[in-house]
Design a protein around this ligand. Structure first.
Ligand SMILES: [Zn+2]
Length: 445
């Protein structure tokens, strides 16, 4: 048992952090004592102490809150000490310095506040720069701006804290690890083409607007083959996706839409019968079903409930979880709504134009509501890689895409997290992905 002394303000936030770090990740039992100082002090059974100077919460009045764009970190420095940490620790609250004495280690880097910053996603509430969907612009996110998005900072900090504790003479614990590869599939378009007119509109667009004859021929061949029943409808790839997971012994999850009327939503009630048929196959393969809430459902509790109710009525199975369409989230409102509907986890915290760790971790974690200042039952299972980000936005060749996947997996394996990837049902046969078949395979390995 260790004792942790914490300052008297922002107790709920600090208690959340202790839960995540010590209970969830390190499996160390601890008791909390109110401290008389401004710092977080870990007291080990042998009397040695580890001190984290407070460079965040103590700066803000609890009634006025820290939730303002001007309080966002702007730069990063690196704390290097090869005896304790493998890589330089990124420091953005406090100083990149530590003092080591015989019975005490003092860190001037406020690692607890940094972990809170990354997991609570409070920057997403305060960033003013938004895109047309109302999402914070990805390039405004701290880890993207500072090119830290492919480093699991939270996992690095927790490993560093474990190392500090071990080197101070307390070793009766192990950092928890459970490396897994989790395929996930958002079904945005049940069919690639609604009808003949729709198909010809795309082929015409390829020819005259995009001036891409290869694409036009590709789509024409696809359309003719499906018309002649030589091939399935191009987006009917559910069997293939199921097979990929079965062969690689992975547990997949499929997210279906169940409503939505904005220009970004693609749900059509006439697809219900197909969705039900696919859901039967998915559940028969012992895979999970999640909901893919519409754009408006990210902020409208009644709409989310309605979409969930209709979806459950249609498929008649348990719905484990959720991923927002276009990853459209309002923090903390969307998390709260999902929690109120008893969904076990969300997997919307990822990037659409980058890969890596939006929350600084690949390890699922319980989320914290920064407004009501409470820990929720809901877990976030961070999304690490999306097919469209790699192929359409980053425009990586197949070889580079495969290398990127390998590097990400190696990183995640080191820290024992989850490689949650998103492969759309509509990508398997799409023109843009025709040279990326081995990339698909690599995702599952
Ligand atoms: Zn979607």
């Amino acid at each position: 048992m260790i004792t942790i002394k914490i300052p008297s303000n922002y107790r709920a936030e600090r208690a959340y952090l202790l839960h995540i770090i010590f209970e969830d990740r390190l499996g160390i039992s601890y008791e909390v004592e109110p401290g008389s100082e401004n710092h977080t002090i870990i007291v080990l059974p042998n009397g040695n102490t580890i001190i984290f100077e407070d460079h965040f919460f103590s700066l803000y009045n609890e009634n006025k809150s820290y939730l303002s764009e001007e309080n966002l970190p702007a730069q990063v420095d690196f704390l290097v000490n090869r005896d304790y940490f493998q890589d330089g620790l990124a420091v953005f609250f406090g100083l990149a310095e530590m003092e080591i004495q015989e019975n005490q280690i003092l860190l001037k880097a406020d690692l607890p506040a940094q972990i809170f910053f990354l997991l609570s996603r409070w920057e997403e509430k305060v960033i003013q720069e938004r895109d047309e969907l109302g999402r914070p612009k990805e390039k405004s996110l701290f880890v993207v701006k500072l090119h830290l998005n492919e480093r699991p900072l939270v996992d690095e900090y927790i490993t560093a804290i474990a190392s500090l504790i071990q080197k101070s003479g307390y070793e009766k614990f192990n950092v928890k690890k459970h490396y897994q590869v989790i395929p996930s599939h958002d079904v945005d378009f049940v069919k690639k083409w609604r009808n003949t007119f729709h198909a010809w509109k795309e082929i015409g667009g390829d020819t005259f607007k995009r001036r891409n004859i290869t694409r036009a021929l590709y789509n024409f061949t696809l359309w003719s083959a499906s018309k002649l029943k030589l091939l399935d409808e191009p987006n009917n790839t559910i069997d293939e996706l199921i097979q990929k997971s079965l062969i690689n012994n992975r547990k997949a999850v499929f997210f279906f839409m169940s409503g939505g009327e904005t220009q970004w939503d693609n749900y059509l009630p006439e697809d219900a019968e197909i969705i039900k048929r696919w859901a039967d196959k998915i559940v028969a393969s012992k895979f999970s079903l999640g909901i893919h809430p519409s754009i408006e459902a990210a902020k409208n509790a009644d709409l989310l409930k309605e979409e969930l109710t209709n979806y459950k009525q249609l498929v008649q199975y348990q719905i484990c979880c959720s991923r927002q369409h276009y990853l459209k989230m309002l923090i903390p409102e969307t998390w709260n709504m999902l929690d109120d509907n008893n969904l076990g986890w969300d997997s919307s915290c990822g990037f659409s134009h980058h890969v890596g760790f939006r929350c600084g971790t690949s390890y699922p974690f319980r989320v914290f509501d920064i407004d009501s200042r409470k820990i929720l039952k809901l877990r976030e299972k961070p999304l690490i890689l999306m097919d469209t980000a790699i192929v359409e936005h980053m425009k990586l060749t197949e070889k580079d895409a495969i290398d990127r996947v390998r590097v990400l997996k190696r990183t995640i394996k080191t820290y024992g997290g989850e490689f949650v990837f998103l492969l759309h049902n509509s990508s398997l046969r799409a023109f843009e992905y025709r040279n990326h078949k081995n990339f698909f395979e690599e995702l599952y390995k």
